[in-house]
Design a protein. Structure first.
Length: 89
C-alpha cells in the first residue's frame, strides 16, 4: 500500500489531525464555559425564587416553581425576557 492511498502524505495527515485536535480542544473549552454559565444561571434562578417565596407551606410554592421553571426554560432557549427600556443605546 502506498503512503498517499487516502490522498495525503503521512506528514500532511499529521498536520491535519493536529489542527482538528486543536479545534476540538477549543470547542470543548467553549462548551465547558457555556455549561458553567448555564449552571450559574440555573442556580441563581433557583436560589432567587426560593428566597422570595412564602416559605414552607405557602400557597405560592407551585406558582413560584412554575415561574422559576419557565424562566429557566426561556434562558435555555435564549428567549429570556429582556427589559428593552433599560438599554444603553
Amino acid at each position: 500500500m502506498n503512503s498517499t492511498t487516502y490522498g495525503m502524505t503521512p506528514e500532511a495527515a499529521s498536520r491535519e489531525f493536529d489542527a482538528f485536535r486543536r479545534e476540538a480542544t477549543k470547542l470543548e473549552r467553549h462548551l465547558e464555559d457555556r455549561v458553567a454559565r448555564y449552571q450559574q444561571l440555573a442556580q441563581r434562578l433557583t436560589v432567587g425564587d426560593n428566597n422570595n417565596n412564602g416559605g414552607p407551606g405557602s400557597s405560592d410554592n407551585d406558582h413560584n416553581f412554575s415561574q422559576r421553571s419557565s424562566l429557566l426554560d426561556n434562558a435555555e432557549s435564549g428567549t429570556a425576557f429582556h427589559d428593552n427600556n433599560n438599554n444603553n443605546n
